[in-house]
Design a protein around this ligand. Structure first.
Ligand code: FMN
Ligand code: SF4
Length: 396
């Protein structure tokens, strides 16, 4: 039997195979953040398709940390019944489900959160909306940490099997641990130890709200690819070691930031026309010029985060590692798990196109996934259009 179909545990939770649906924002929650029927239908299909672990799109833990218009929330108790339906639908098909908890920090808009977005430091204008974020006060920092903890408690109530903290792609946790975003001079910034403090406090607070049986994992950016130095592979390796020492149960290795380096996060083609549509009309001509310059520079390299996994895995004391980023060929998936540098193969875009991918791999019907990394699904969610494979045609 292929190693891909052997079970593996994350903490005390047994996953039936080595496939993970990496968190994928669906752009179809209800406006107030509740789980919609479209979300339930999406995850029923995926669970039926055989994927061992499903991580739905990020759940915002606080109204001021809402990243997108149609994102799902876990910021108050009213969200719990819908989230419970979501875990039920996955469990009915023998899948496991972890919730990804997120606070957008500066990576959102005033229109969505009702105030200038906040981050660790008032440095670097947002390259799309041009605002300078508000520097968070001590009270605001503590409020967000508390919100992560409360959201963890709600996850347990809603029947999630585990948690994934979103420490990647330029959101709030990533902002604190990155020297690009964090220029604070107090105990939350400066040295690597101080920059790590925020995620450490989130881990400790979250743990308090989880039953002992529930694993706590993190998705980590291992390279920010920001215009000035941010997280590097070496720093990510150090952080991973510290997270392992803190007792984290799993690390998903990713890269890039959604505003400053989105094409590093999702390598492949640059869908210029579709992305430009998401900008205000006055910005489109300049947006088109900027994005056209990116074309051809980010072609998909298979397993583009493998080097990071190779550096991190030997130093995390056996903590399971999920590898995401451009994994497309079945033989390479097998090699990667066999090599021991990753325990799980995590994918996003391939599951958007083929929800039944894992069953087809098991039946030996395919050698390579059919997603061609055109990134039109990514452009769709940037336009508030529900996630789907739009390779053949993009909504007018
Ligand atoms: C439409 C779309 C939505 C995404 N939403 C999220 C998200 O909610 N949380 C997250 O951590 N990553 C998100 N990502 C990034 C993916 O999880 C993944 O890290 C990235 O797409 C690279 O993996 P892939 O090559 O298998 O697609 C999203 C990607 C896409 C294409
Ligand atoms: S639109 Fe379809 S083919 Fe293109 S990247 Fe998304 S899933 Fe893959």
């Amino acid at each position: 039997m292929s190693v891909l179909f052997t079970p593996q545990s994350i903490g005390k939770v047994n996953i039936k195979n080595r496939f993970v649906q990496s968190a994928t924002y669906e752009a179809c929650a209800e406006k107030n953040g509740k789980v919609s029927d479209a979300i339930l239908a999406r995850y029923e299909k995926l669970a039926k398709g055989g994927v061992g672990l499903i991580i739905p799109g990020y759940l915002y833990v606080h109204p001021k940390g809402k990243p997108h218009r149609f994102g799902t929330g876990i910021h108050n108790d009213e969200m719990i019944p819908g989230l419970k339906k979501l875990t039920d639908v996955v469990h009915q098909h023998q899948g496991k489900i972890f919730f990804q908890l997120n606070h957008a920090g500066r990576q959102t808009t005033k229109a969505l959160v009702g105030q200038t977005p906040m981050g660790p430091s008032k440095k670097w204008r947002d390259p799309i909306h041009f605002f300078l974020p508000n520097e968070m006060s001590e009270d605001e920092i503590l409020e967000t940490i508390k919100a992560f903890g409360q959201a963890a408690g709600r996850s347990a109530e809603a029947g999630a099997d585990g948690i994934q903290l979103h420490g990647a792609h330029g959101f709030l946790i990533n902002q604190f641990i990155s020297p690009f975003f964090n220029h604070r001079k107090d105990k939350w910034g400066g040295s690597a130890e101080n920059q790590f403090r925020y995620v450490k406090e989130v881990v400790l607070e979250t743990r308090k709200h989880l039953p002992e049986s529930m694993p706590l994992t993190i998705k980590l950016s291992t390279n920010d690819f920001t215009p000035k130095p941010g997280i590097t592979l070496e720093l990510a390796a150090k952080y991973s070691q510290w997270l392992a020492e803190l007792g984290i149960d799993g690390i998903e290795v990713s890269c890039g930031s959604a505003v400053f380096s989105f094409m590093n996060m999702c390598r492949g083609k640059v869908p210029v026309a579709e992305l430009v549509k998401s900008l205000p009309k006055w910005q489109r001509p300049i947006g088109k010029m900027v994005m056209a310059k990116l074309e051809g520079k980010y072609d998909l390299e298979e397993l583009y985060n493998l080097d990071a996994a190779k550096l991190i895995k030997p130093n995390i004391n056996g903590v399971p590692l999920m590898l995401v980023g451009g994994i497309r060929t079945v033989s390479k998936m097998e090699e990667t798990v066999q090599s021991g540098f990753a325990d799980f193969i995590s994918m996003s875009r391939p599951f958007i196109r083929e929800p039944n991918l894992v069953n087809r791999i098991k039946a030996k019907k395919i050698d390579i996934v059919s997603c061609v990394s055109c990134n039109r699904c990514l452009a769709a969610v940037a336009n508030d259009i529900p996630v789907k494979c739009y390779n053949e045609n993009f909504p007018k």
